[in-house]
Design a protein around this ligand. Structure first.
Ligand code: 3EB
Length: 334
């Protein structure tokens, strides 16, 4: 099987039966809902006249589709992609457990139930979006509430919350429901960490009562293909934010972190080396005014790579940007 990642301002016109799923990023003029699971990342785009970017995961095999506890999903033999959106208002909100925490735990429990039922139990990558990620309610920042619910679900569903945890991002979008897209497969991914950073699952409690449950990246395998997921990557060294208030400095530090994860990937991968200019990037920029400076810093570092810039909030209020990336290589026949 071959998995192809397409990113373009145009809707995919190929045979929709071979689409596993995708994401629409930007401000779609209408609310057209495709037949496949699609994550809606509704936020202003920078540096393009296009209203949206359409990201699509295409496979060269027939796919089957389903709906399970509010998750829209599609799968091939070796891969499952799904999207769940939950309205926090449907969850009880109390001082012990906020509605966001409850919704986050429920979303991940449903994801793990689906993956177990489909016998593709290994979560490789998760894309997490929520409203007002930095706002404090119930005495705790909402991102930290999310972290409690997520970690509880991992532990309750026997996944463990350290070591082999998925690549991820966790991003704030204005007015969004809790939205989680995910990719999973039959075998564990190879998790990647960054020697410049404390593993997020080992962050000290200064950053919240529970550590975030994600790895810095992951190598995952299809029968003939290697996938490289680089998690949302920010200007953090050790566990501390570097260059607060300095978007150019944060951009350089984020790219130094991505370069370090790519170096780790190249130590562990089964294919030729990954290079920064051949990754597809999604760049989250907190303040519109910083976009020009961030693009100027980034362009010489990534060359002609695909870049999508979108306005979004980052999970620490002193972080001004976050960058994630993807690449794939075919495995050699032998
Ligand atoms: C960081 O390194 C920045 O909670 O899933 C990046 C990627 C970040 C994923 C997550 C958070 C997450 O801590 C934030």
């Amino acid at each position: 099987m071959n998995l192809e990642f397409l990113s373009s301002p145009f809707a995919v016109s190929r045979e929709t039966g071979r689409i596993l799923g995708g994401a629409v990023i930007g401000e779609p003029p209408g609310a057209a809902v495709p037949a496949w699971p699609e994550q809606r990342v509704i936020a202003p785009l920078f540096g393009t006249n296009a209203a949206v970017f359409q990201e699509t995961w295409l496979v060269d095999q027939p796919v089957s589709s389903g709906q399970s506890e509010g998750i829209a999903w599609r799968r091939s033999d070796d891969l499952l992609y799904g999207v769940i959106e939950l309205d926090e208002a449907a969850f009880p909100d109390s001082t012990e457990c906020s509605a966001l925490q409850a919704a986050s735990e429920e979303a991940y429990r449903r994801i793990f139930r689906l993956l177990d039922a489909q016998q593709l139990p290994h979560l490789w990558r998760a894309w997490n979006y929520m409203a007002e990620i930095n706002r404090e309610t119930n005495g705790l920042e909402r991102y930290r509430q999310f972290n409690i619910g997520r970690q509880d679900a991992f532990l309750e569903c026997h996944r463990g919350a350290t070591g082999n945890v998925p690549a991820a991002c966790a991003i704030g979008l204005a007015g969004a429901p809790l939205s989680i897209a995910f990719m999973a497969g039959p075998a564990p991914a190879v998790p990647l960490e960054n020697p410049r950073q404390v593993s997020a699952y080992n962050y000290p409690s200064d950053y919240g009562p529970r550590s975030p449950t994600f790895s810095r990246g992951a190598l995952a395998y299809l029968p003939a293909q290697e996938l490289l997921f680089i998690s949302g990557t920010a200007s953090i060294v050790g566990h501390q934010t570097v260059a607060p208030g300095d978007p150019a400095g944060q951009c350089r530090e984020s790219m130094a972190n991505i370069a370090a994860v790519v170096t780790e990937a190249n130590r562990k991968c089964r294919t030729g080396p990954y290079v920064l200019s051949q990754l597809s990037y999604r760049v989250y920029v907190r303040r519109a005014d910083d976009f020009g400076m961030i693009r100027e810093e980034l362009t010489p570092l990534v060359g002609a790579a695909d870049l999508v810039f979108v306005q979004a909030d980052i999970c620490r209020s002193d972080l001004l940007l976050e960058i994630e990336a993807f690449a794939t290589h075919m495995l050699e026949e032998n």
